[in-house]
Design a protein around this ligand. Structure first.
Ligand SMILES: Cc1cc2nc3c(=O)[nH]c(=O)nc-3n(C[C@H](O)[C@H](O)[C@H](O)COP(=O)(O)OP(=O)(O)OC[C@H]3O[C@@H](n4cnc5c(N)ncnc54)[C@H](O)[C@@H]3O)c2cc1C
Length: 536
């Protein structure tokens, strides 16, 4: 077992923690970071990888949610309204804590009926007003020629104009990995591929968990004064480790996304399709030099790697195809994946698309605190609410649970720094952009690895380097080939065939870094190929 994992397990088992967080998606990693930054002794474990669940499968928008605003206004729904306002405030904080992972995106809402432009315009102006001083740019009404100038690939027939507004966009898996790594840098004991398989109780109170290391096969007891269940769609499973009779808290719905070639969207501008046959919205967004289309909403069962139904692929191609001038076909789909929304049950709302995206903090009689629901955008708010709840119970001294904690690589990051590293290391422009957008100020470290013999490119048409793999294994706790291909880099989410073609090379580099045997290399390659052939 590599030394890093051995140290991680020893730390988990070797002390009594103030807080054990089970599940390291956006919710769990966010709680661990905010708690560690406030000085608590924290343990964070995930039975898969950081972001292996829903948190790598989002639409990647840092947003208040224009659809929720529409519901708030048309139904006078105060909960939805508060959610939008809160998320818009969090959007601004997100840019401050993760400046190199977050970027502004312009989104055009096209109108093909004359009154639609006024309707969307009123809503999107309100959206901008609600963001107050944190606006990312003024919403603008565009006539048809201006709409086509903003988004040249839009189907022109019958176009009456559109409304252009601004939101944020990010790389969800990298943000999640960096939240976990930043928590570790603040003192937390953090381990991936380490699942809670039983909960420990003392005097009727939850007091920790037995954690199984999926890589080395060991089991350790992790003791903690408080335990948080941040299992996302799996939260009910964890609640049943505490109480086998616990009623279901969640309803899960799946959301599929497609990735298509680059060039369907102009750089930095996406499309919001405001009305679909099933009353939803669909986004067509430029993302990581490709085009992202999503999403759907259908009730689903819980699965670690949810499959995408052909029906969903056909639906998304159909909806996007009606609005794009260029034809798109099934063969244009480079990758498709699905994420599960952990939504809080509400018997008054039978359809999952109707359930509010709010989060809840629920405590069981044994003291297990489950934190479920919410949006990626509001991860800090969710963490602060969970920690404030625990602080009242545990009488922790007052702390700034909602402090803005910059993620690793934020300090010292600037356009001038990126340019200086690019020149000094003579990096091609696309590689420099990739390194800057993935590592921030730490791009120089990855660039230095490239200069020191790991400069080979991994996949034609993608700016990824062998140095990325070395860095992932050395500095980002990547422990499997898919940790690298899906979550340290995003190749598996962007282009299945390209990812499949470099499985062998990634396995070799990881073997050299982590001391894998030939048998382990073969097993890793088989597992990665199987996931890439079915569902990631
Ligand atoms: C299709 C879709 C699109 C979305 N788009 C957006 C968007 O554009 N913007 C936005 O703000 N939000 C968006 N969201 C919402 C956001 O992605 C989720 O709310 C968020 O990722 C949920 O994170 P989580 O930590 O609760 O769950 P997860 O990310 O699923 O994390 C739960 C973790 O718990 C781990 N786990 C489970 N059981 C155990 C155990 N026994 N021991 C240890 N670990 C365990 C799992 O391995 C997993 O990693 C979207 C969600 C979906 C599904």
């Amino acid at each position: 077992m590599p030394d890093g994992r051995r140290r991680g397990l020893a730390r988990l088992a070797g002390e009594v923690h103030d807080l054990l967080v089970i599940g390291a998606g956006s919710v769990g990693a966010g709680i661990a970071l905010q708690a560690a930054a406030a000085g608590l002794r924290v343990a964070l474990v995930d039975r898969a990888d950081f972001a292996a669940g829903s948190s790598s499968r989002s639409t990647k928008l840092i947003h208040g949610g224009v659809r929720y605003l529409e519901r708030a206004v048309t139904r006078l729904d105060r909960v939805e309204y508060r959610l939008v306002r809160e998320a818009l405030a969090e959007r601004a904080a997100f840019f401050r804590v993760a400046p190199y992972l977050a970027r502004r995106i312009a989104i055009l809402t096209p109108a093909y009926r004359s009154w639609d432009r006024a309707y969307y315009g009123a809503g999107l102006v309100l959206y901008d007003v609600l963001s107050g001083g944190a606006s990312l740019g003024r919403t603008r009404h565009l006539d048809a020629p201006a709409a086509l100038r903003a988004f040249a690939g839009l189907a022109p027939a019958g176009l009456r104009g559109g409304v252009l507004y601004y939101d944020g966009q990010f790389d969800d898996a990298r943000m999640n990995v960096l939240l976990a790594l930043t928590a570790e840098a603040k003192g937390a004991a953090v381990l991936n591929h380490a699942g809670a398989i039983r909960l420990l109780h003392a005097g009727g109170r939850v007091a920790g968990a037995v954690v199984a290391d999926a890589i080395g096969g060991e089991e350790v007891e992790v003791r903690a004064r408080s335990v948080v269940n941040a299992g996302g769609p799996f939260a009910d499973e964890i609640r049943r480790l505490d109480d086998p009779a616990a009623p279901e808290l969640l309803r899960v719905s799946s959301g599929a996304h497609l990735v298509l070639r680059d060039g369907l969207c102009p750089p930095g501008t996406g499309l919001l399709i405001p009305r679909t046959p099933d009353g939803r919205v669909v986004f067509v967004l430029p993302w990581q030099r490709r085009t992202l289309v999503g999403t759907t909403d259908r009730p689903a069962g819980v699965a670690p790697r949810p499959e995408v139904a052909e029906e969903d692929i056909a639906y998304l191609l159909g909806v996007a195809g009606r609005y794009l001038a260029a034809p798109i076909r099934r063969t244009d789909v480079l990758a498709a994946w699905s994420g599960l929304r952990p939504l809080v049950r509400d018997e008054r709302r039978p359809h999952t698309s109707e359930l509010a995206r709010t989060h809840v903090v629920r405590e069981s009689p044994s003291g297990l605190v489950s934190v479920v629901g919410g949006k990626w955008t509001t991860f800090r708010r969710i963490a602060a609410d969970a920690l404030a709840h625990l602080a009242r119970r545990e009488r922790w001294p007052a702390a700034a649970w909602a402090a803005e904690v910059p993620i690793l690589g934020s300090e010292g990051y600037s356009a001038a720094m990126v340019e200086e590293v690019r020149r000094r290391l003579e990096l091609p422009a696309d590689v420099a952009v990739h390194l800057a957008e993935s590592y921030g100020a730490r791009m120089a470290d990855v660039g230095a690895l490239a200069a020191a013999g790991h400069g080979g490119m991994l996949a034609p048409g993608h700016p990824y380097l062998e140095a990325d793999v070395v860095w992932a294994a050395r500095a980002e706790m990547a422990a499997t080939v898919m940790d690298v291909l899906a979550r340290r880099l995003r190749l598996a989410f962007l282009d299945r065939d390209a990812a499949r073609a470099c499985v062998g090379r990634v396995a070799e580099i990881m073997a050299a870094e982590l001391g894998w045997t030939r048998a382990r290399v073969a097993a890793e390659a088989r597992e990665a190929e199987s996931q890439l052939a079915t569902a990631i």
